[in-house]
Design a protein around this ligand. Structure first.
Ligand SMILES: [Zn+2]
Ligand SMILES: [Zn+2]
Length: 327
């Protein structure tokens, strides 16, 4: 009996000191594969509730994750009427974070909304405006939100984020801070999350490089992120690499290539300073496009271009739909 108490004490002490984050990939592509579009579930390792980072695919992602046993620690209670997927969607996802309203980031949320539970949609005001005007408007889809046109079904509270201000995420142990991103004329968003142990992850929605976008959006974020890396509190960066290096700047349309991602990460390294400042930093590469062309596997090309020029010793991570990843 005594042994068990000691084991429990050790377990909980260490999980508080090094909580980390759990990630489930619901969709790993930036387009065009309907059913596998950008979306991740995130929770602190010491928490039982998730939020999502974008919502391009939801139910297809939950089915894939169930098949891969990603929810082995979240069995459906026998009293619940739900399947595993239904239980996670209705009881365990406590909010959506939408970086911008392009369809490959929100289609899954819209399509699953009739069978979803009440929860907030967190976003910048410009993103909420697009969601209200163009999706939940009784023309393209019933208005499941608390604002906008016509009768409001009231399922989704559109909770605005203020730039660079912490907000507690309801029903989770996370808090969040939002930063605007430049995505070829569209305002996109990066979300910085902290858990109870003050560890952090940051998720970038679609973004172009500062030099091409004529922006300082990424530079501002790199400066804010540097102290977390200096204190070894940053557990991971989710960031896109949509196109391979063969894509000219004029055809990027607000996206990154391996070359541009490495350029941006070198800027971050400069702010962190010291010897090998980003060594072993987890960078989850998102938003690689599915290809319909023979002999072109964008993921293989992008992976090769990132790993081949990885002068910073970064740990690049490529996840697939349904994968569970620990950060
Ligand atoms: Zn996208
Ligand atoms: Zn986009």
């Amino acid at each position: 009996m005594k042994k068990h108490f000691i084991a429990a004490a050790l377990c909980c002490y260490s999980s508080l000191s090094f909580a980390g984050f759990d990630v489930i990939t619901l969709g790993d592509k930036g387009g065009i594969q309907d059913g596998n579009l950008t979306a991740f579930m995130l929770k602190s390792n010491t928490d039982n509730n998730y939020i999502t980072l974008d919502a391009g695919s939801i139910v297809n992602g939950l089915i894939a994750a169930t098949h891969k046993n990603a929810f082995s620690d979240m069995a459906v209670p026998s009293s619940s009427p739900y399947t595993q997927e239904g239980y996670i969607l209705n009881q365990k996802i406590k909010g959506y974070f939408i970086s911008h309203a392009h369809l490959d980031h929100i289609a899954g949320l819209i399509i699953s909304s009739p069978d979803d539970s009440n929860k907030p949609i967190y976003a910048l005001p410009s993103v909420h405006e697009t969601i209200s005007q163009h999706y939940f408007n009784w023309k393209t889809w019933p208005n499941f939100t608390t604002q906008g046109n016509g009768f409001k079904l009231g399922k989704y509270e559109l909770t605005p984020l203020n730039i660079n201000q912490w907000l507690p995420v309801a029903n989770t142990e996370l808090q969040v801070k939002a930063f605007p991103l430049s995505h070829s004329g569209t305002e996109s968003t990066a979300f910085l999350f902290e858990n109870a142990a003050k560890e952090a992850v940051i998720y970038f929605g679609d973004t172009g490089p500062d030099a091409v976008e004529k922006s300082t959006a990424l530079d501002t974020i790199w400066q804010q992120l540097a102290p977390y890396i200096q204190q070894k509190k940053l557990k991971g960066i989710f960031i896109e690499t949509s196109f391979s290096n063969s894509t000219p700047d004029k055809s990027l349309f607000g996206h990154l290539t391996p070359q541009w991602l490495l350029t941006e990460l070198n800027t971050l390294a400069g702010y962190v300073g010291g010897d090998e400042p980003l060594k072993d930093l987890n960078v989850i590469v998102t938003h690689i496009k599915y290809s319909l062309k023979k002999n072109a596997v964008p993921k293989q090309i992008i992976e090769k271009e990132l790993r081949g020029n990885n002068n910073l010793g970064i740990n690049f991570i490529f996840t697939e739909q349904g994968d569970r990843t620990q950060l």
